[in-house]
Design a protein around this ligand. Structure first.
Ligand SMILES: Cc1ncc(COP(=O)(O)O)c(C=O)c1O
Length: 433
């Protein structure tokens, strides 16, 4: 078989998958070790046809896939790998650019700068911020906090008790102490409780993982400015909503941040992985990360984006983001974000109107936090039963020591009928099946 024929088969496979993913059980219905047991223990001695690989994807791997592309994937933060993004990934793999220096891939380096400027404009961010792409928000946050440590010499990272565990991990890796600050009744960091003694950086979150609460960034920025502390804003999920002006209330104060992360792979329809990191102080990122051994020295008068983060070899990630921005446009992005929020609002209304159920946190974007008015054990059992049906996948959190269910909308294929079906399954399972 030729690359062209195998490629056609792979593309057909992808198209069929996307057309039928809504019919597959959302959460993989396998036991730990089951997929491994179906795979040979060693690689084949002699090469096999690609068609055999494709067959085994279907027969061996597919049962062990939790379908993030399903329209009824409502766990964590639901995401979309859009069709333009998928096709651009094929092109990026084909080019296989490794853009650690400008000369190793001028187009990748420059397209990355352009797409980050485009997204900054779409989201209404200040002009002139330096942007680049990391794999995940975990890495972006690590990079931002390394820059904060470099710029301030501080030894402590401060964040709210609702900040993502990526902040804890970055602090640990950087040898910085972590100081968690209490949150208010709506799960927002309390600025009156901030203690910035010896602080290198504060992480403010716009759209926390548990509830999408929005920290008061302006007040946190006041405190950071007064204390000379780096302000990093984690808008990994909610930042994409700023493409719609009606969600920019949650952006107030972000213009004063030293760095900001938004994950295009969360709610900007770009396949995993694509985390956008901007900074208004790029020299601090360079001070933290630039290291030029002799074999990387060139006479090029152009920047290398590996000077802004931990990785040297960098994938051509901007290609998929560029494809999404071009094929969807501002209008297409806005329409998808607004639809996700509309569906979340609908679901919130159904839960709010149903006796025996309660809403557990204000809904700001496309996440609804709710629970059955029953014990934690009953809510946990309900989540397990509902997920086991394969008809939907939701996740949970704990708020004020209570087990809370989370339904997050973010897949572009999710329709009102999918959300209604999820609600019917939850009500049915709550009644005992
Ligand atoms: C607010 C927030 N920050 C950071 C992260 C970590 O993102 P990543 O998986 O890209 O490291 C998440 C993941 O859900 C998140 O919700």
């Amino acid at each position: 078989m030729s690359f062209r024929e195998d490629g056609q088969a792979a593309l057909d496979w992808a198209a069929n998958y996307l057309e039928t993913v809504g019919e597959l059980p959302v959460l993989a219905q396998v036991e730990p070790g089951e997929i491994r047991a179906r795979l040979p223990a060693s690689a084949p001695e002699y090469g096999e046809p690609f068609a055999d690989v494709l067959r085994d994807v279907d027969e061996v791997l597919l049962p062990g896939i939790t379908h993030w592309q399903s329209p009824r994937f409502f766990a964590y933060f639901a995401t979309t790998a859009s069709e333009p993004g998928i096709l651009a990934e094929l092109l990026a793999a084909t080019l296989n650019s490794v853009s650690f220096l400008w000369r190793t891939s001028p187009a990748s380096t420059e397209l990355e700068a352009v797409t980050l400027d485009w997204v900054a404009q779409l989201l209404g961010l200040p002009d002139g911020w330096h942007g680049h792409i990391e794999d995940t928000a975990s890495t972006s946050t690590l990079a931002a906090l390394a820059a904060g440590r470099e710029a301030t010499g501080g030894r402590v990272v401060v964040c709210s008790e609702h900040a993502h565990s990526a902040v804890d991990k970055a602090a640990r890796l950087l040898g910085l102490e972590l100081r968690k600050t209490a949150a208010d009744a709506d799960f927002r960091l309390r600025p009156d409780r901030l203690d910035l003694t010896d602080a290198a950086a504060v992480v403010a979150t716009v759209g926390t993982t548990s509830t999408t609460s929005v920290d008061p960034v302006s007040q946190i920025a006041d405190a950071c400015e007064e204390a000379g502390v780096w302000l990093h804003v984690d808008a990994a999920y909610a930042g994409s909503a700023w493409v719609c002006p009606e969600f920019r209330w949650s952006q107030v104060g972000v213009e004063r941040a030293d760095s900001l992360v938004v994950n295009a792979h969360k709610w900007l329809f770009t396949p995993m992985d694509c985390s956008l990191l901007w900074s208004r102080r790029p020299e601090a990122l360079r001070a933290a990360f630039s290291l030029v051994p002799e074999f990387l020295r060139t006479s090029d008068e152009a920047e290398s984006l590996s000077d802004y983060g931990p990785a040297l070899g960098r994938r051509f990630r901007s290609l998929k983001l560029w494809a999404v921005l071009r094929c969807y446009g501002r209008e297409g992005l806005q329409a998808r974000i607004r639809e996700a929020v509309r569906l979340a609002e609908l679901f919130e209304g159904w839960v709010g109107d149903e006796p025996g159920w309660e809403l557990c946190a204000p809904r700001h974007f496309s996440l609804v936090c709710f629970r059955l008015d029953a014990s934690d054990e009953e809510n946990e059992a309900l989540l397990e039963r509902a997920n086991r049906t394969g008809e939907l996948f939701i996740s949970h959190t704990k708020l004020e020591d209570q087990y809370v269910l989370r339904l997050a909308i973010g897949n572009e294929r999710t329709t009102e009928a999918d959300v209604r079906r999820a609600w019917e399954v939850l009500r049915r399972e709550a009644r005992g099946g």
